[in-house]
Design a binder for this molecule. Structure first.
Ligand code: ADE
Length: 254
């Protein structure tokens, strides 16, 4: 990855807008994502500014070529370095993190999303085809991120996933204060079961405690449910040793 990236000052620029530029050969893929719901509201409120950059605008040949055959032969195509360098360099700011979306990257999780949500400027570079020229990885990007252990046809959807996970953590983006804090993963536990009206649906009743109005009993029930659910479905989260609620409860013999 680009040398010097590690020596950049940590950005905690959560007060101004977070600038997110997305470099892609499929700009239209992002239209619906950016023009609906919370992303749209976040942009309107000034919490974030999105820019979608068409990589083909940075090609110089008649066919607007962004890929070529790999040196040494083999199947598939490789994204050429020139348009990627030109596009990213046109957007660069001193604080920018230049992120290549690739299955070879660090796997995205809530902690990484949180870290990125404190940045001032993200440039998301969407890979495509079999891969990108290695010089892009080594000399242009600061981070490589994967959204999971599977392969998509393009990094564009991965960029949307990453942007979504990051933007919702910016102050003021989610309506209710603390909404992001109570998510699955942010406490290290999966979320407890949620119910709304009616109290009985097709014979299935809402747990009594939730109707009791007893807030400390509700809190205990939720913690216990979250713990059980996590033990059952994602025991790996518990073994990471970052669950304070759980440790506190265990200390109380719960
Ligand atoms: N591009 C293709 N697959 C991907 C993945 N799993 N994560 C990020 N970018 C990708």
């Amino acid at each position: 990855m680009r040398s010097g990236a590690d020596s950049r000052p940590e950005q905690a620029a959560t007060s101004g807008p977070l600038r997110i530029d997305i470099v892609t050969i499929f700009p239209r893929m992002l239209k619906g994502f950016l023009e609906e719901s919370i992303m749209k509201r976040a942009a309107r409120s000034g919490a974030v500014s999105f820019r979608v950059v068409d990589l083909r605008a940075f090609t110089t040949d008649r066919h607007r070529t962004t890929d070529d055959r790999p040196y040494g032969g083999g199947p598939g195509m490789v994204m050429k370095p020139e348009p990627l360098f030109a596009a990213v360099e046109s957007l660069l700011t001193p604080e920018a993190r230049v992120i290549l979306l690739t299955p070879q990257g660090r796997r995205l999780d809530q902690a990484l999303a949180k870290d990125l949500s404190g940045a001032a400027h993200l440039i998301l570079v969407c890979g495509h085809y079999e891969g990108v020229d290695e010089r892009v990885r080594v000399h242009l990007v600061t981070d490589e991120i994967s959204i999971g252990d599977y392969v998509l046809t393009s990094g564009t959807l991965a960029a949307a996933v990453l942007a979504d996970a990051v933007v919702r953590l910016r102050p003021g983006v989610l309506g209710a204060a603390g909404a992001a804090e109570s998510d699955s993963f942010s406490s290290g536990l999966l979320e407890y079961p949620q119910y709304t009206r009616p109290p009985v649906f097709r014979g299935w009743a809402v747990p009594e405690v939730l109707l009791s109005g007893n807030h400390s009993a509700i809190e205990r029930w939720r913690r216990e449910q979250a713990r059980r659910r996590t033990e059952l479905r994602r025991p790996d989260l518990l073994s990471r040793g970052r669950n304070h609620d759980l440790e506190r409860d265990r200390g109380r013999g719960q």
